[in-house]
Design a protein around this ligand. Structure first.
Ligand code: PEP
Length: 250
């Protein structure tokens, strides 16, 4: 069976006390993650070190929500993927729609960030997804294809060094997830598009879904054949919900 992934995006939430409480609750709900499915949590940058300490003897991966597209240099306010690696991070979410929307990140920058993350030894979780307007005007595949080509155009890496996340913008933080059929259709489209370059890589590449996944819809979404896991926002802040969603993947 293909390995599954559940990645929690904590966004700009948390503090020292609540992070500790959340990890303690996670441990209580799930003493050790299952080897068939990797669980990852992505706190805000300042808490990376705290999370690495808290999860030292717990089989949960740590990631960040963004990284610089440079490894070092005069880039005020940026965080190098090398620094993330040194502080215990192993994953970096790249091109999240909130960064596209509020920080003006574009496809080219996303590709460069993914490359820098790989160079530093991190696993990039590359997010692609269309807006409601793009879907309504029948441009979903044009947009996904463009984003995918920008990210994967010059990346040469193994299938286990990269994760692709389909995150339709209209489903993120809205409470309205894509239907399992839409998720399957778009995951299949993404996989086929990658297969044009490399069939074996495409078949093995994890493609996860994000956008209002919750306890009530997790089973149906994860039962789709091309869904290899989830990227979870608000439900990742509740240990019981996050673990229930995790178990739905197994
Ligand atoms: C996300 O931020 O990537 C996300 C999927 O959020 P939510 O689950 O809250 O829609």
């Amino acid at each position: 069976m293909k390995k599954k992934w559940l990645i929690g995006n904590w966004k700009m939430h948390g503090n020292l006390a609540s992070n500790k409480a959340l990890i303690e609750s996670l441990r209580a709900e799930l003493p050790q993650p299952d080897e068939r499915a990797t669980m990852v949590v992505c706190p805000a940058f300042p808490y990376l070190f705290q999370l690495a300490e808290l999860t030292k003897d717990y089989g949960v991966g740590i990631g960040v929500q963004n990284v610089s597209d440079h490894l070092q240099g005069a880039y005020t306010g940026e965080t190098s993927p090398l620094m993330v690696k040194e502080l215990g991070g192993s994953y970096a979410i790249i091109g999240h729609s909130e960064r596209r929307q509020y920080q003006g990140e574009n496809d080219g920058l996303m590709g460069r960030k993914a490359l820098a993350a790989i160079d530093a030894g991190l696993i990039p979780v590359i997010c692609v997804g269309e807006t409601a307007e793009e879907r309504d005007s029948g441009r979903t595949h044009e947009v996904l294809g463009r984003q995918l080509d920008a990210a994967f155009g010059y990346i040469r890496t193994a299938h286990d060094k990269i994760i692709l996340a389909y995150e339709p913008r209209w489903a993120i933080g809205t409470g309205i997830a894509a239907t399992p059929e839409i998720v399957q259709t778009e995951h299949e489209f993404l996989r086929q598009r990658i297969a044009i370059r490399d069939k074996e890589f495409a078949a093995k590449l994890p493609i996860i879904y994000g956008g209002s996944v919750k306890v009530s819809n997790a089973n149906a979404i994860f039962s789709m054949p091309d869904v290899d896991g989830g990227l979870i926002g608000s439900a990742a802040l509740n240990a019981r919900e996050f673990v229930t969603i995790y178990r739905a993947m197994l």
